[in-house]
Design a binder for this molecule. Sequence first.
Ligand SMILES: [Zn+2]
Length: 462
Amino acid sequence: MKRNLRFFFALFFAKGTALVLKLIGRKGTSMPGSWAIILCPDFLGRMPRPKTVIGITGTNGKTTVANMVEDVLSRCGYDFVCNRSGTNVNTGVASSLIANSTFFGKPKKDLAVFELDERSSPKILPYLKPDLLLCTNIFRDSYKRNAHMEFILDILEQYIPDSSRLILNADDLLCAGLKPGNQRVFFGIDRQPGDKERCENIVRDITVCPRCGTALSWEFIRYHHIGRAFCPSCGYASPKASYRVTALNEQEGKMAVTLPEGEESFPLLNSSTINVYNALSAIALLSEFGLSAGEISSAMSKLSISETRYSEEEAGGKKVILHLAKGQNPIACSRAFENIRDYPGKKAVILFLDDYFDAAHSVENISWYYDTDFEFLNDPNITQIVAAGARHWDVCLRLLLAGIDREKISHTREKETSPSLLSFSEPDSIFILYDVYTIDLANQVKQATKALLEKRENENEN
Ligand SMILES: [Zn+2]
């Protein structure tokens, strides 16, 4: 698309807005991009793109993976533009491009790494045309935002450019089936000791062969529809992965990966399966970009999973753990619940599951509670569950339907005071599950929990 007068007016106006925002000390806002797109709706199509664009999309894990990819690239000496401090929708991408452009809009850097919201892809992908596009996975997500995974798959199928080289999850048949005509490689994790023959989850988004409709047979199921499947009628099967985790060694904190260039050991930043997939997808993307396995591994050994997603602290001889769960996302919550069940020792849990933006005007949709495996919290080692927030009665009902003892459940509308409902004698760890937009509140509750634990320890000593 040609750059016209309207484009330049939008660009200069956006640059002016960015300058004003900078002068008043506001960072990381997508306002300049919003203005650019209001004034020139096809702004992204007219804005010159950096020479190489890497896109990272998918339902879960894209922020963690994008951060990891950016950290490795920085450590390997690459200079690039990214939307890390902004948003992953079209206005955030536009803001990043504007901030990194010359007066007339020419890109200052040759490389761009963008986390891309899958729902916004019609407004981004046809313009940005990523050279490399990673899709981490496709799951059902918030019904309100994303409708259903088939709707999202249709959007991606329609708007991913034919020229994009794809990096796809071989263990996710929904993701693996995207754009079969494009150049693509797959990543996957070999069968591991915890993998199952049957699905333990309420939700499994693919059950029949997409080609002929016969019920799929499974070599193994890891969770939900993640695993390796084949069709007994027509031979359709999970694709072969070029990037495979072959073994995990938790004690040594390492994972063995087979890549097209050979075997390599990588640091195991976090042993939860989702984070193994995140790290593996980042490795596949960086390797396809051109880094050697050795370079990636040595840069990764200096990283950790972002503390805003998971953090452990100690207070009064017990652990206080913040764990992101994502409101309205049944898969992210089910994974978090399973992690808690499998965490060693006795545990208490505080749940803030309301979506922050939804909760501001009351929470409309609770159907997702019934897609979420609250049953994982029905475990003898989980000694107490506190449900806090606008929908605490509904969460309480769902916990009861999961078979959890009434005596273990407390609930309150007041999130800030929820730690006071905890009984601290039994658990070794206290988990605080929160939505992505409630990190400040989660930190506040963490501090309150730690203060109560420390007070209790002091009283016991006296
Ligand atoms: Zn079939």
